[in-house]
Design a protein around this ligand. Structure first.
Ligand code: FE
Length: 340
């Protein structure tokens, strides 16, 4: 089998420690925490259209941020792709991103789904919504506020406060309703917990199937994935699980992002801009969103059938850049109310 240049670069990088080409015409060094089947096509289409080879460094989001920071001005990183507004903002705060001035990005990506300084852009969205046991919960919560209603005491499963999705959710409640209301809400949710926070979003959904949780909070793609594939302890009984897009008569369901930005010292900045613009194109949007059963940020683009079966909903259009500014306060609030 012949190795593609991209694979070869990775092998070289692995063998020689750091041997990614820095400035090289027709190359793009992509640091990404994504790894989905559809990504191969996403990248090869870009290379076919532009002649630009993508050298990929894949790793956990926080490790990539630390790595780019440690590499400093010599970092070969051109683009960072990761998930969750909180991580994108952390990358910005660490000084490892730079602004991308692009009329294409401004035109395609809604203003509330990008950084106010253009250092990061959302390329797909996931909603953080309410799931419930259809047999035992006849009046499921309709809003995030309802999750704190004493009527649901002992029923709510939600993961820990170290989870970035919960941090961004609480930051959005602070931005929308103020610090005091958000603290009351967080306290109310803690009081309603069915168990101490444990596991990931899929485990919250499994808790409904096992009967431990009447209500669970999870990102939409975990549920869509369980509809599309066989997820242990969930898919076989998924018909038991109902879902509610919260706050449909109010601010709308909280959405978060997969996204990215241009590295502060990108040696191939022009290629980096081209790549981000490509990610906002219709064809790339389809792959980018489908890879993880997410919603595209470009409204006209089609979603996977599992995502379609979730139905249409109203998303909160609060600026995620403004929400990100409330993240430190969200962490304090979690501590204050003892949300583990
Ligand atoms: Fe996730």
């Amino acid at each position: 089998m012949t190795k593609s240049p991209a694979t070869l670069s990775l092998i070289l990088a692995a063998t020689f420690g750091a041997a990614l080409p820095a400035l090289a015409e027709g190359e793009l060094n992509l640091y990404s925490s994504r790894h989905y089947d559809t990504d191969e096509k996403l990248y090869s289409d870009f290379t076919n259209a532009t002649g630009i080879t993508i050298n990929r460094i894949e790793g956990k989001a926080d490790e990539l941020i630390t790595r780019i920071h440690a590499e400093g001005a010599n970092s070969p990183a051109d683009v960072l792709i990761t998930v969750d507004t909180s991580r994108l903002e952390r990358a910005k705060d660490a000084g490892i991103l730079q602004a991308a001035q692009s009329a294409v990005l401004e035109d395609k990506i809604p203003a509330n789904l990008q950084d106010s300084d253009n250092q990061w852009f959302g390329f797909s969205q996931r909603a953080r919504i309410i799931f419930f046991d259809k047999e035992t919960v006849k009046n499921p919560p309709k809003t995030y506020a309802d999750l704190a209603d004493p009527a649901y005491k002992g029923m709510v499963c939600i993961r820990s406060s170290t989870n970035t999705y919960n941090q961004t959710l609480l930051a959005s409640i602070i931005e929308n309703n103020g610090a005091e209301a958000a603290t009351k809400w967080a306290q109310g949710v803690v009081d309603n917990m069915a168990r101490a926070p444990q596991g990931g979003d899929t485990d919250q959904l499994r808790g409904i199937v096992s009967g431990e949780c009447g209500i669970a909070v999870a990102n939409t793609y975990y549920f869509a994935r369980a509809m599309a594939k066989d997820v242990d302890g969930l898919s076989a009984d998924i018909a038991k699980v109902g879902w509610v897009f919260p706050d449909q008569d109010g601010t709308g369901a909280h959405v978060n992002l997969s996204g990215g930005g241009i590295a502060a010292h990108a040696p191939n900045k022009e290629n980096a801009v081209k790549f981000l613009e490509y990610l906002a194109s219709e064809s790339a949007q389809k792959y980018f969103a489908a890879g993880n059963n997410e919603f595209p940020v470009v409204a006209s683009v089609e979603t996977t059938s599992a995502v379609q079966s979730l139905g249409e909903f109203k998303a909160d259009d609060v600026s995620l850049s403004a929400v990100a500014k409330k993240l430190p306060m969200a962490l304090e609030t979690f501590n204050k109310v003892g949300w583990e």
